[in-house]
Every structure is written in structure tokens, then in C-alpha cells.
Design a protein around this ligand. Sequence first.
Ligand SMILES: C[S@@+](CC[C@H](N)C(=O)[O-])C[C@H]1O[C@@H](n2cnc3c(N)ncnc32)[C@H](O)[C@@H]1O
Length: 499
Amino acid sequence: MIEIATKRRGRRSRLLNADARSARKSELGQVMTPPGIAKFMASLFSFKRTADVQILDAGAGQGSLSCALIAEWGRVATRKSSLHLTAYEVDPDMLKQLRPALREFVLGQQREGQSIDVDIRPVDFIEAVANPFEYANPGVFSHAILNPPYKKINSHSMHRVWLRDLGIETVNLYSGFVAVALQLLGPGGQLVAIIPRSFCNGPYYRPFRKMLLRNAAIERIHLFESRTKAFQADGVLQENIIIKIVRGGKQGSVVISTSRDDSFQDIECRKVPFEEVVRSDDDDGFIRIPQSEPAGEKYLTFSHNLHDLGLQVSTGPVVDYRLKEYLLDEIEGQAVPLIYACHFVDGRSRWPEGSTKKKTAIQDVPETHRWLYPTGCYVVTRRLSSKEESRRIIAHMVVRGDFPGHEWIGFENHLNVFHTAKNGMEEELARGLCTYLNSTRVDRFFRLFNGHTQVNAMDLRKLPYPSPDQLRQLGRQAAKIKRPAQAQIDSMVEELNEC
Ligand SMILES: C[S@@+](CC[C@H](N)C(=O)[O-])C[C@H]1O[C@@H](n2cnc3c(N)ncnc32)[C@H](O)[C@@H]1O
């Protein structure tokens, strides 16, 4: 009996430890870089043969990036060179591995006459740099290598406060780490980081992008073609890129490389003019990553914007949890239809059907009325697509006839809505727009600057559109087919693209 109880206790405590480890892993964004990727990242740095180098590894983990970089330096360094590494790591368990790993590695690397010294700082990187008493030496590093933690920074966290103290406005630790590391580099200092692609577009990362483009030149971007391959052991599904930037560098063309996975066996490189990566007329500084598709494939020849079409696009104004008390299971009294993404089937609204436990109605009262739109013809897209879906933008039409007897409707916040000053638009134009947005060509173009599954209204504002007449023509063509297949949509849009 006693033996069984002891075994059970042992198993329980092992499970509790495993739970605590996994909670810490996610809290600290602990996804280790596989050796192949660490080596590749290190190979992107250049070294002057005789210069002394000052390396920064922020969030050093078990030290794989530091070791790869020291090894790379060792290949070119002369006998009298010196290397100083500063590695920040906040997790005591990680530090237990980092210290011996770096000690052993450095011993194996050091050649006569060379000096390699390592300074491990067991502190929070952002906090330490923000604290003027702890750290007062910006501009000291010549090389920074980073696989920073991925974690949203909430608005009341200390990280937000420390970053603001450093003049950095951003929403995730990964971009915070890159921004701080960039501040610590001296002129001409190089930074190589493996980071999610999400900063390349969207409104939240705009201040980060602008800061990066103001202070550094982008030299290289590497993209993994398979989103699961870069960190497959950790099941990371974020699309990651490796980026090399140079502090205060002169911006020239950008080398874009792709490989299927971290073996880099099939790596392909191209030089792309910077204008193709960040357009000079783009005030939001979207970073596009042109992939090696056959010339022309990735381009849309259209040159109109939503303003030319007399349209706007906004996120659905009804934020359900803020208006909870006004939501109903079904229409009664003063209520009007409330439309969620799940109400769309086969390209059309099937409200109030659809596989949903969501409320399907919202009371039309003074407290809610300003969030409602008059019934009419709209085009909506989901703000979140799933990874399994073949296209990122999935557009649907909403027409007045879908809501007989209702003068007003509510669009829930997980939708983007195309409208005319908060009113509907003509049906032909809407059908053309919907067909256009659902084409493979638009999807390819969209993927140039959007590496994640979110579709923001800002992204949709950035798309080039056909002229109003072209869209109406497309609308008339599409109306002749009951449920156009993808190939039919594509051929209609292709025809238009070639005109
Ligand atoms: C994505 S892991 C990368 C580890 C290592 N650089 C690698 O590439 O294998 C991020 C590391 O940053 C550490 N970390 C998280 N937040 C930190 C902070 N605020 N300051 C310093 N280190 C932090 C984590 O414990 C983790 O080891």
C-alpha cells in the first residue's frame, strides 16, 4: 500500500514539474534554435579580420546562437583578435545549461593569442537596458544575434513601461528585443534575428517597422517555404523569417533567399530592388517579401485604390463582449440581425443559420444604434483565416434580400466590411469586388506582405483594385454563374488583369 502511494506521489510531482516547465516555456517564449539554423544565421555576418568584436545574444537560452557565432568568427579571426560576448538570459534553469555550455565551447575554440571572454547577465534584457544605472553603454556592440522570445506585451506590463522609457513602442517581446538590440549596436553594427513574419505588415507593428527602417538597412531576408519546418520539433506554426539588418547602413537592394526547411539544401537567392520590398509611397512601411515565382505571377496590373472606387473598409463595429447585454439568441422586439463570420456558407450569408452558438441578434437601441449599418449590399471578409484554407482572403456578399423586414444590421468585429460611408454599395460593384478578392492572383499578391493568417482592414486598403467599370464588368460576368468555381473566378480575373 505504502509503495503504491509513494509511486503515485512521485508520478504526481513529475506531472506537476512537467506542467510548471511547460508553463515557463510558454511564459518565456522558450523555443530553441536548431543547430542548422544557428549555423546559417551566423554565416550571414561579416567580420573584419583584425577587428575586435563585441557580440550581443539577448535571450541566449542554451547558447546555440552564441556558439555558432563564435565558431563563425573563429574561421576568419586572426591570431591577435578578440571577441567579447554578452549573453542575457533570465531563466535560472536555462542559465544552469548556458554557463557550462559556453565555458566548454569557448575552451575548445580559443587559439593562441586570441582572447574570447564571456559575460553572462542573469537578468531581464529589456529591464537591464532600460535601467540607466545597470547599463549605460549604447552603441557598444558590433554584432547581435537573436532568437527573441515571442510574447504579447500587454498594455500594463513592466516590459511596456521599460520599452517606452527607451522610446520604443511595440506589442510583442520579439520586436521589443530587436528594437533594443538595434539601439545597442554601434554604427555599421550587424543584427541577425529569427523572428515571426507578423511585423512586416499590419497596424500594430507600424511604429516598430518605421523605427527599423529609419535606423537600419535591410540586407537580407530568408524565408522558409514550409511554415512548419523551421521549428518543427517545437510545433511552432508561426511563419518565421531570418532577417539581417545593419545599423545606419546605406539601403541598397535586398537579398531574398528561400529554402524549404532548415537543411538549406535547396536554397535560392535573388537580389531585389528595395522599392519592391518597401514601397517609397507606403507611409505604413509594409515589408513585402517577393518570392521566386515566375516573373509576372506576383503582380497585379491594377492601379486603383478604394478611394477611387468610392469605398471604405472597416472592421465590423459590433464588439460582442462590450455589448453583451444587448445581444439576443434570436430576433425579438427591437432587435436586428447580428452577423458573424460563421453565418457565411458558399459565399453568401445564411443568417441566422450556420454552425454557431453565437447570438444572432442585437437590440437596436440608442446605446447600440451607432454600431449598426443600414441593410444593403456589402462585401465582407473574415479577419482570421485558418491555416488549412487555401486562400487568406475569403470574401462574401451580403445583400438586402438576406434580411427581409430588417432596416439595419450589425457586423461583428471578426469581419472586415467594405462599405460606402457606412452604407451599402451597388450590387454589380459588390459582386465584382467579391470575385476579385476571391481570386488566386489577389491571394498571391497578399502573401507578399502578409505572412500570417490575420487579414486586417489596413491590409485590404493596401491592395491595388481594378477600376469601378472593370469591377462592374467582372460582377456582370460572375452573376451569370451560380456558384463560380475557383478556376472560373481565376480566369475571369486573369482576363481583366491582362486588359
Ligand atoms: C526563443 S528562446 C531562444 C533561445 C536561444 N537564443 C536559441 O536561439 O536557442 C528565448 C530565450 O529568451 C529567454 N528570455 C525570455 N524573456 C527574457 C527576458 N526578458 N530577458 C532575457 N531573457 C529572456 C528565454 O528564457 C529563452 O531562453
